[in-house]
Design a protein around this ligand. Structure first.
Ligand SMILES: [Zn+2]
Ligand SMILES: [Zn+2]
Length: 250
């Protein structure tokens, strides 16, 4: 039986290895994946961030576990692939200055099956300081995820105390990826993607009625005394911003 630390990092390493093989011909060197909760950040890449006492260096890819319980696993893998594209560029390309995502990065992302977009939606700018991306149906990334995300693979642990802004960001990002007739802005995603998203997506008042309420075991409804509702994974502890009270499972 793996300890929680072993389980989390083995799963993240497995995801890294899988995406590396499918999207980068297994050319990316290993890195150190960390978990941190920097505000408003799904993840980041930091070149040669760690040194070893043996004298070598390695890159850091950080992932924010606050999102794990309130976004679909696809979103976490998307963040990982985004940061891996930065790692690829640091080793095999020419990164932009500072936080700038340049045309070379954008073109690599697109080739990987992730469309760079400043808005996270079709029509956004493909380069810039603050960049999101969305899944290209039929692209390498989503096909890689279909093979990885099975009953054998999942992220076993998630943060039980996501702050309300994280919950809301999670609901927005999940809703954005929903097919149009399900309340989202993207009608080009397959049933598999929609189901994967619906399976683990959390939603808050305002858009939940548009998301298919598939009877999935890992979705739990939480209510606050003020009448607000959210949905997410079991055992979450979220404070309602309206009244400072806790949401309770109902
Ligand atoms: Zn980036
Ligand atoms: Zn409330």
């Amino acid at each position: 039986m793996n300890t929680p630390t072993q389980a989390v990092y083995m799963e993240l390493q497995q995801a890294y290895d899988h995406l590396n093989a499918v999207l980068f011909d297994a050319k990316l060197p290993a890195c150190l994946i960390t978990l941190q909760r920097e505000k408003h950040t799904y993840g980041y890449f930091s070149s040669k961030r760690f040194a070893s006492i043996a004298g070598s260096t390695t890159d850091e890819i950080a992932l924010n576990p606050a999102y794990f319980g309130v976004t679909p696993i696809l979103e976490t893998l998307q963040t990982l692939a985004h940061e891996m594209c930065h790692l690829w560029q640091a080793h095999f390309g020419t990164p932009g200055r500072g936080r700038y995502h340049n045309a070379q990065w954008a073109s690599k992302m697109e080739g990987m099956g992730l469309m760079p977009s400043s808005t996270g939606q079709p029509g956004g700018a493909k380069t810039g300081d603050c960049m999101a991306d969305y899944v290209i149906e039929g692209g390498l990334f989503i096909e890689a995820c279909k093979r990885l995300v099975t009953n054998q693979f999942h992220l076993s642990w998630y943060d039980r105390f996501p702050p309300m802004p994280v919950v809301q960001a999670g609901a927005r990002s999940a809703a954005l990826q929903m097919p149009e007739d399900a309340g989202g802005g993207k009608s080009h995603l397959s049933d598999w993607v929609a189901n994967t998203l619906a399976d683990s997506a959390i939603s808050s008042d305002g858009n939940h009625q548009n998301i298919p309420m598939a009877n999935k075991s890992n979705r739990v409804k939480y209510s606050c005394q003020c009448g607000s509702n959210i949905w997410g994974k079991p055992d979450l502890r979220v404070l309602c911003q309206q009244c400072d009270c806790s949401f309770v499972a109902v």
